[in-house]
Design a protein around this ligand. Sequence first.
Ligand SMILES: [Zn+2]
Length: 327
Amino acid sequence: MNLIEISEKFPTELTCIEYAETLRYGKVVKCAYCNSKNLSNRRKDHRHKCNDCNKSTSVTVNSNIHNTRLPLKTWFFALAVITDAKKGMSALQLQRNINVSYPTAFTMYHKLRELMAQQNKSIDELEGVVEMDETFIGSKPRKFAKPEMPQKRREDLDSELKHYKAEGFDFRPQGKNPAKINNNSKRGRGTDNIPVAGIVERNGNVVAEVMQNLTYANLKKMVQKYVDEDKSVLITDNYKGYNSMKKIIGHVVIDHKEMYSYRGLNSNSIESFWAIIERGIMGQYHSVSPHKLPNYVAEFVYKYNNRKDNEAMFHELLSQLFQPITL
Ligand SMILES: [Zn+2]
C-alpha cells in the first residue's frame, strides 16, 4: 500500500482507531484491562471508559505499542512505507516520509522489525531442493578464480544427480529469470565481519540467522531446525562446515573452484538473497551495530518470504501491532 491508498482508506485518526479495534477485538470493543464489554461511549480523546473497572481504555493498552504517544495514523503510514520498500530504507528516509523526529523513526522501525522477526518464527519447514550458504555482512570483495571442473568430478555429480532425480527431486531452474550469481559479490570468509547463515527452498521461503561460529555443529543445528531432512536434498559449497551433512540429509557439494552451476546444481537462490541483504544493509544502513543485526536480517527474511504480497504484509504486521502482550 502506498501513502495515497492509506490516506484514502484511513483519512482520520478515528478511522485508524476503529480499524485497529476490529483487528484486536473483532466486532465488539472490550476493555483492555478487564475484558468487559460494558464501555461508555467513545470520548473526545477517542478512548473509552470501562464501566466495570473504571479505567480509561484504548486499543493500544497492553499492546505491542503500549507506550506510543504517536497518532495511530503515523504507525499506519510507517508500516505502509516500510512494507513498500523492498530493499529496505534508512530511519532517515522514514523520518522524512512520515514527518517524525529521527529517534522516533528509528524506534518505530525497530519495533516493526521485531514484529517481523516474530512472524518469521512461523515459517513452515523447508523442503525439496534447498540451498545453504553463509555471508559476512560488510566484508571486502572476494576474488573469484575462474572455475574449472575435472572430468572425474563431472561424472561423480552426474551419478549423484541421477540418484536424487530418481528420488523425485527436480533441479531445473524455474521461472523466466533464473537467479544468476554475481562473481563480484562483496563477501568472503575470514574477515572480521559478522557471519550470517541462510537456507532457501527453491522458489520458496528463506531462513537466515546470525551465526558467530560457522561450525558443523551450528550449521547442522540450523538444518535440523528449519529443514524437513527426509523430504529434502541440500546443496552447499565445499566449506568444511558442511563436510558431514550427509549424515543427516541428502547433500550435494558444488565446489566453486570447479564451477558455479552444473545441470541445476547451484546455490544461486541463496546467493540472490545475499545480494538483496548486502545491498539493503550496506546500501541503506551503512553500518549496523552487531546486536541489532539479527533484526535487520529478520526484515529481509520477512520481506523475501512475503515478496508476492505487499498488502498482506501490511495487514499482518498491523494486526500484530495491536495484539495484547502478556504482562
Ligand atoms: Zn475494564
